[in-house]
Design a protein around this ligand. Structure first.
Ligand SMILES: N[C@@H]1[C@@H](O)[C@H](O)[C@@H](COP(=O)(O)O)O[C@@H]1O
Length: 259
């Protein structure tokens, strides 16, 4: 079972996870972080700089979950550019150590295998940050994704394209394809931290945490992971059946246990 932590605000979630990440970096300066895009992880990234003052981040490594296929590399919404803007620059990370899948159509057949090889060569991801789509996707693993899937090209659902249209001039500009870490790739990270905020995520969170384990709701893959933490606000937690138990368990958590 994933550990569910209910917080009062996005800022509280950001503080909780930023503390954990800062501690990881202090302990292991070349730690491999799993980075996510979308609006959900922003509070974590915003909370990090103040916690990393005086900490050597020059060796921190990172892998993003996914990338659009075929966007102009100069487009502000490539996930490479989003990660550069929101994570690499504010935290002062070495951009050469931060990887995103290659969405260039010219070499797209190799993009998945190359990315898998790079993650393996780095020794795997220590802590993977995850958001969840309204349809239950993690990364861009749309419903139907195999739990054994590796980094590969996927076709985005109409729902995902519509959800992400807010970042583009029009829905027609949202790419049809992406390269995403697979569910199998994500499940190899040593600690999964899934964040979700707002009522719009309540069904996806309930399905991921308590629903049947099914490729129809790819986020339910977290139930197969031995160390998954789900950090949600009240609204995103509102459809969880065992909410009282999660609060009780967290409030009575042994001090030695950590996140
Ligand atoms: N590929 C990303 C996911 O990694 C993200 O978790 C999800 C939710 O986005 P948001 O956090 O903006 O709600 O959708 C996007 O499509």
């Amino acid at each position: 079972m994933a550990e569910v932590v209910v917080v009062d605000s996005k800022a509280a979630a950001g503080a909780l996870i930023a503390d954990e990440i800062a501690e990881l970096i202090r302990r292991q300066p070349d730690v491999v972080l799993g980075l996510a895009t979308g609006s959900t992880p922003t509070p974590v990234y915003e909370a990090l700089p103040s916690r990393l003052q005086g900490v050597d981040v020059s060796r921190v490594r990172g892998f993003a979950l996914d990338e659009y296929v075929g966007l102009d590399p100069q487009h502000p919404e490539t996930y490479r550019n989003v990660i550069t803007r929101e994570v690499v620059e504010p935290l002062g990370l070495n951009p050469e150590l931060i990887h995103t899948p290659n969405g260039d159509p010219a070499s797209i057949e190799h993009a998945g295998d190359d990315y898998e090889a790079a993650i393996l060569a780095a020794g795997g991801v220590e802590l993977q940050i995850l958001g969840i789509g309204t349809g239950g996707h993690i990364g861009f693993n749309e419903p139907g994704s195999s739990f054994a899937s590796q980094t590969r090209v996927k076709t985005l659902t109409a729902q995902t394209r519509s959800d992400n249209a807010r970042f583009f001039d029009s829905i027609d500009d949202v790419p049809m394809h992406c390269v995403t870490q697979g569910l199998g790739t994500i499940l190899r990270a040593r600690h999964l931290v899934l964040l979700a905020f707002g009522e719009g995520k309540a069904d996806a969170v309930a399905g991921a945490v308590e629903g049947p384990i099914t490729s129809s709701l790819p986020g339910s893959a977290i139930q197969l992971h031995p160390h998954a933490t789900v950090v949600v606000d009240e609204a995103a937690a509102s459809k969880l059946q065992h909410l009282d138990y999660y609060r009780y368990a967290y409030d009575n958590k042994p001090d030695w246990q950590g996140l």
